[in-house]
Design a protein around this ligand. Structure first.
Ligand code: GCB
Length: 620
């Protein structure tokens, strides 16, 4: 009782005339299944399903001590803020929160850029939204959350519906049992506190934007429904599309069907005991997806009463020796690295417009490829890449030095990898799953990432596995021999010659020694410049210095025989708390080729020219 009331009210309140009422309230609260909540599920292509948006203004309460969830003895409360209790006259207990009077936050959106006082905030914030609902029979209702950074808890009408860790992947909480006819409310607590055993961990070089950063909606699905599917072009048989559809609650022996109306193609397969139907069918006249001609087909996927209209492109990707082959032909990846930082307004990117602006700039640069760093980006970005013809490196947030010997950390990285792949596996644009960025070379690290690589290959054998490795130096020689390279199909290399080490000209005499006869992507190089700051070529922070780094890097990269791509760091300036230099950085990493306000720096044009005239990499 004491734990439930959070305070020893019984001793204080023994004289309360309403004690009986209080007990009744207590019993009814205690009867609610507050703690048990099923794990959220992953829905492939959830954004292509009809949904009811819960975007817009949500009431918010800032709760740095998390007293809305935990009692004074740090026990999880049964009557926390998630009850959205409305105080009544005569209540025998105080109610110290009121969502109806609380200030609003916009969803989707990081909280940091919505209120000045929240810019550096790290901790829990509560969200609440009212909505009406008209239940339908034989329907599962899911609360779809595009992303909540980092740890989030959800309740509907006071009932806990799920809890999730990981700030950059979508998840779906079943709320069928909690929702009712008429007025409903959803409460979320989102905590972006950094912890050593999180993925990512304490140190990153980007802003720890908190909150419900991507879209939130309700998705209704029939009794038996399709949760995941994978349709891709066969690598071994020409003109064959293969894959599978997974059905939850389907009867074994029932059918899953796929149709591509433009190709007059239809196929169906029986659903096995594991809920999967394996598909394999011929298509004629298929136009393959390429960056030059990113053809997408309408694909209808059906099982029983459930159906999804998808938009899918078909292509193959593989390596042969040191080549990367797209649709069987060698390709050079002319790219740039991109953070999910919103152009012009800053903050976490999420909208179609954000995606189109960022990827539009990449196209203007002459790119056929983008590295979406350092975590899975919003589906809007991947859909835009599919439409605009940009190949994508998609990345798990295994960044710098995680607790690689901690099995709980591995489980978190695996969960995020599963969510990333299962959500986004039908995007033609994605060709590379990146396991990690700049991790320390230790046996525990190697084992950890090898485990992830094996898992990614099991989940999706159709794409290439990569990671951005660190490089070591000996005199003028740069050596790439990190043992992690053995587990990769494509070697990513990050280097900052001319910025963190040496001068821009140091690149002229640099030699490369790469232990792997595999394709190499220089996944990062670059230098910082404040847009509009001009000076001599050797003056740091000027546009001239940054451009000079590019002038010396590009010929050097051409000397790496197995170079098959590059994604310089990076497209646009992005917020980072590691960058406090006043008047220059002002909490922005300034290695963008474009400022956060859309101003193109000189180096943008250096790279654009090299991509246009194909003076870097091999012409394809
Ligand atoms: C790196 C990291 C990237 C940083 C960048 C920098 O090597 O991978 O996340 O932002 O360097 O600007 O230092």
């Amino acid at each position: 009782m004491t734990a439930f009331l959070n305070r020893p009210i019984a001793s204080r309140g023994s004289s309360c005339p309403c004690y009986f009422l209080l007990l009744l309230v207590a019993i009814s609260f205690a009867a609610l299944p507050c703690f048990a909540a099923p794990a959220p599920i992953v829905l492939t292509g959830a954004d292509s399903r009809p949904s009811t948006s819960l975007n817009g203004e949500w009431a918010s309460i800032i709760d740095p001590y998390f007293s809305g969830l935990f009692s004074f003895h740090h026990e999880e409360k049964k009557n926390g803020y998630f009850m959205n209790y409305k105080a009544k006259p005569g209540d025998p207990f105080p109610t110290e929160y009121d969502f109806s009077k609380a200030p609003k936050l916009k969803v989707p959106g990081d909280w940091n850029t919505q209120r000045e006082s929240l810019m550096f905030y790290e901790g829990p914030i509560w969200y609440e939204k009212d909505f009406t609902y008209d239940p339908k029979p034989h329907t599962h209702v899911f609360l779809h959350v595009g992303a909540a950074n980092y740890h989030s808890w959800f309740w509907v009408n006071g009932q806990k519906v799920c809890e999730h860790e990981g700030g950059y992947t979508a998840f779906n909480c079943e709320i069928t049992q909690a929702i009712h006819s008429g007025n409903n409310f959803v409460v979320a607590a989102v905590d972006n506190t950094r912890h050593e055993d999180n993925v990512p961990t304490l140190e990153t070089d980007w802003w720890n934007y908190g909150g419900l950063t991507r879209e939130v909606s309700l998705i209704e699905l029939p009794d038996s429904f399709i949760d995941q599917y994978d349709l891709h072009l066969s690598h071994s048989e020409d003109g064959v599309i293969e894959g599978w559809v997974h059905v939850v609650g389907g009867q074994s022996g029932g059918k899953a069907e796929v149709g591509i109306p433009d190709l007059h193609a239809r196929a169906s397969a029986a659903i096995g005991a594991d809920g999967r139907a394996a598909l394999h069918f011929n298509v004629q006249g298929l136009e393959r997806w390429t960056p030059e001609s990113p053809k997408l087909y309408k694909v209808v996927i059906r099982a029983g009463a459930d159906s999804i209209d998808e938009s899918i492109g078909f292509r193959t990707i593989e390596t042969r020796g040191t080549e990367i082959l797209l649709n069987g032909k060698p390709i050079f990846l002319r790219g740039v690295a991109i953070h999910a930082e919103a152009p012009y307004r800053t903050g976490r990117a999420w909208s179609d417009k954000d995606a189109e602006t960022l990827l539009g700039w990449a196209k203007e640069l002459g790119c056929n490829y983008v590295r979406l760093a350092h975590y899975p980006h919003d589906e809007t970005m991947l859909r835009a890449a599919d439409r605009m013809g940009l190949l994508v490196w998609s990345e798990n947030p295994v960044y710098w030095a995680l607790e690689f010997d901690n099995p709980k950390v591995l489980a978190k990285a695996e969960q995020q990898l599963d969510e990333e792949i299962n959500t986004s596996r039908n995007h033609a644009a994605i060709i590379l799953w990146s396991m990690a960025n700049e991790t320390p070379n230790t046996p525990a690290r190697t084992q950890f990432i090898e485990t992830l690589a094996t898992r990614a290959r099991d989940l999706d054998p159709t794409r290439l596995i990569t990671a951005a490795l660190l490089v070591r130096g000996k005199g003028d020689t740069k050596i790439v021999d990190d043992p992690l390279g053995q587990a990769l199909d494509v070697i990513g290399i990050n280097e900052y010659i001319g910025w963190y080490e040496g001068r821009p000209e140091s690149a002229d005499t640099t030699q490369w020694q790469i232990a792997y006869q595999k394709p190499v992507i220089v996944s990062e190089f670059g230098a910082a410049a404040k847009a509009g700051l001009h000076g001599a070529e050797n003056e740091r922070w000027t546009e001239e210095y940054q451009a000079n780094v590019y002038h010396h890097q590009l010929p050097m990269l051409n000397k790496i025989p197995q170079l098959r791509g590059m994604s310089p760091w990076c497209l646009m300036d992005f917020r980072s708390p590691n960058r406090p230099l006043v008047g220059i950085q002002d909490e922005f990493n300034r290695k963008g080729l474009i400022s956060d306000q859309g101003q193109k720096k000189s180096a943008f044009y250096v790279l654009q020219k090299a991509y246009k005239y194909k003076t870097v990499g091999r012409p394809d």
